[in-house]
Write a protein that binds this ligand. Sequence first.
Ligand SMILES: NC(=O)C1=CN([C@@H]2O[C@H](COP(=O)(O)OP(=O)(O)OC[C@H]3O[C@@H](n4cnc5c(N)ncnc54)[C@H](O)[C@@H]3O)[C@@H](O)[C@H]2O)C=CC1
Ligand SMILES: CC(=O)[C@H](N)C(=O)O
Length: 370
Amino acid sequence: MASKLGVSACRFYSRAAVPPRFRQQLTRQPAAVSGRRESHGLYNEMDHRPRVLITGSLGQLGGGLARILRDRFGRDNVIMSDIIQAPKEVLQAGPYLYADVLDQRSLKEICVNYEIDWLVHFGALLSAVGEANVPLAMEVNIEGLHNVLEVSRRFNLKLFVPSTIGAFGPDSPRNPTPDLTIQRPRTIYGVSKVHGELMGEYYHHKFGMDFRCLRYPGVISTDQPGGGTTDYALKIFHDALTTKVHHCYLAPDTRLPMMYIDDLLSATADFLEAPEDQLKMRTYNIGAVDFTPEELAQEIRKFVPDFEIIYNPDHRQAIADSWPQKFDFSNASNDWGYRPLYDMRGMCEVMMEALMQVYKPKHKVAELKE
Ligand SMILES: NC(=O)C1=CN([C@@H]2O[C@H](COP(=O)(O)OP(=O)(O)OC[C@H]3O[C@@H](n4cnc5c(N)ncnc54)[C@H](O)[C@@H]3O)[C@@H](O)[C@H]2O)C=CC1
Ligand SMILES: CC(=O)[C@H](N)C(=O)O
């Protein structure tokens, strides 16, 4: 497991903007990725690696994806962006820009000036935060999506937009939830994500856009989550290693699909690179495990035997009760070879190992079991 720890145990960040002088110095190695547009001169024309822009990249998922894509395509070919100031580590790790997805003109400028080929659209408000501010969620998640769709159409970009288990609702089959079924979500987050799936597929059929979408489950990592309904499954690990008590806002038997971040990031990078002829659909479910808070607490007790969980369900319970309990991701496995590596035990081990590096000096934890 040790080799995997570095992937998720910290965030990866870079420097503020790429000045023109820096861009002119860029030289890149040839590689076999087709579909690269003609260069207008700032970059080496022999380089066929894609240049990728990630919006909303300072959240839970963006830094990790940037690191994987930089390993594959080169440091300077992956441009992180967001509307907040980046920490020093981000600024040192590669290009970082201010980019507001509500500003279509500046997105266009970035795509032209940096010769962007692929756009990964992570800028969003998650489920719990979205319910607390519906007008802002509509702006960022719907108007922001319209902007990236238009920019991608205009400049012939490959566009990746993640969706979520939250794109399903109480009328959907919940155990398991297939790719194609009833979707009547009850949150603005879910409504905006179904809208994103349908708009992307429409742009694919109408304009031939290479739109790709994965429906993610709750993502487990050591990082700070963005304000979703599945966030308890991250905080519980920190609490287990600090106070040894977790106050859970969901009921003990609330089952939700989840996956460890390393699986999610490799799947996303592989899906981005999958040849078009392998894709029978544009939107796929992916997942790995599903568990309840009580099952997760039991697993954590193998590492911290006196760990306690106290249940106080709040408004997030209704959201969780309307979401899938188990995801059917067989189409992703069959069509483009998706295979998660982490089961629940492996995920708990890697989380505990990573967080013990952070908390161990202050807290004694049971030895990891073989
Ligand atoms: N983390 C998870 O468990 C899951 C995430 N997803 C999706 O994956 C994507 C990324 O998720 P996370 O990294 O977890 O989200 P996050 O909430 O941690 O980060 C979102 C980022 O978007 C940025 N943002 C907000 N308004 C913006 C604007 N106007 N312009 C540009 N950026 C803006 C925020 O500053 C933040 O850094 C989202 O679309 C989310 O819906 C889907 C399912 C599960
Ligand atoms: C599953 C998600 O989309 C996200 N983590 C949330 O809980 O809102």
